[in-house]
Design a protein around this ligand. Structure first.
Ligand SMILES: [Zn+2]
Length: 128
């Protein structure tokens, strides 16, 4: 169980990460729009977010959209971690229910799994 100061510290860390990721995502969207030949002044909300929606793309666009997708995923992870924090489930491994090492949480506050489970999960969902 996390102490109150710890909870507060992790919340601040996660919110800071969320802000940073949001900024990066906004930048990436501008870049992606440019790569796709769109009009950056037309607003950012109309950027297609999923490469699958776009058909064939040049590799530069693929890279850009890959980055954007990573960013979206990270933001979702941070949001989920904040949610776990509010529910009191933060810091516990979703797979084995054991506490996640503080050292790991310090580096990766949105970690869902302890180190050993993460190794298994990452192995199962190996990057493309
Ligand atoms: Zn575990």
């Amino acid at each position: 169980m996390l102490s109150k100061p710890e909870t507060r510290a992790y919340r601040e860390q996660l919110l800071a990460a969320l802000n940073r990721l949001d900024d990066q995502r906004a930048d990436l969207k501008v870049e992606a729009l440019r790569a796709l030949g769109g009009d950056a002044s037309g607003g950012l909300s109309n950027v297609p977010l999923h490469p699958a929606d776009l058909g064939s793309q040049s590799s530069e666009e693929d890279v850009m959209l890959g980055l954007l997708e990573n960013e979206e995923q990270l933001i979702a992870e941070v949001r989920a971690a904040l949610d776990r924090l509010e529910r009191g489930a933060f810091g516990r491994c979703e797979a084995c229910d054991r506490p996640i090492a503080r050292k790991r949480l310090h580096v990766l506050p949105y970690a869902r799994h302890c180190t050993s489970c993460a190794r298994i999960v990452q192995h199962e969902t190996a990057p493309r």
